[in-house]
Design a protein around this ligand. Sequence first.
Ligand code: ATP
Length: 296
Amino acid sequence: MDIMKIHNLVKQYAKVRAVDGVSFGVRQGVCFGLLGPNGAGKTTTLEIVEGIISQTSGEVLYKGKPRTRDFAQEAGIQFQSTALLSFLTVRETLATFARLYKNPMDLDKLIELCQMEDILERFNDKISGGQKQRLLLALALVNDPELVFLDEPTTGLDPQARRNVWNIVRTIKAQGKTVVLTTHYMEEAEKLCDEIAIMDQGAIIAQGSPADLLLEHGKGVLASLPASSFTIDPMTLADKKIRVRQKGDNIQLQTKDIKGCLEKLLQAGVDLHSITVRSPNLEDLFLDLTGRRLRE
Ligand SMILES: Nc1ncnc2c1ncn2[C@@H]1O[C@H](COP(=O)(O)OP(=O)(O)OP(=O)(O)O)[C@@H](O)[C@H]1O
């Protein structure tokens, strides 16, 4: 069952059409990701779905109906940044937010879930970026929501702090909650999301599970070699089955026929010592669909 259904959403600012006819459904219990580069319209879409801003046109349904006041009690929202009162400790902040809701989560459970034991007595302005991100996540979960919105939950975090957030997201998903997140990290989308909508310039350009998207759009495998491995012009190897691209100091060959491709490289006398071969990922998929990288 779709817990949320979004139909033909449009958000027009004076000169910018930030969201241009976006439709998707979010099934209960999944992690749904909006993936796209800066300015794609992810935050605007999310804020409309959360009920923070209104759409120019289009429809948002929660459990099959327009949202009511109950939506705010049942949904949890983590913003990209939230101003916190500097004279409150982390524990006081959690307790203050918990009082805003009819059915808050047990605070001890929340503290354990978000690994906040060590920082409870610290003032909000005396915690690190990664700790603040965890606090914002805890605040999004304080009402024990069925549906959790996370706007770029790991932007700016170091790899360890990012993994900590991923683990929390996995735990809340294992509890049957639905998660909707935005990200411009394809690795995050691949690791966390059951379904992804790839956004670009206000529109969804591809949608599905990461595996299905790669199966549907991913074209074969990618072989990469230093340009110095070639004694011929690498572009002369391009044919119907092999696509050749220069990527910095490397030459990338994309093919569905890796055997034929390797034979062709050997016949051309290319030095294969430094070759790497891998499957395409969502970053490659985005490049294929738009001609641009996710993060320029
Ligand atoms: N309040 C606003 N007024 C005018 N234009 C806006 C406003 N908010 C967003 N935009 C524009 O709408 C487009 C989409 O912005 P949005 O923040 O939704 O993108 P995003 O995909 O979330 O990007 P990021 O990853 O950088 O957060 C951008 O061109 C942005 O400049």
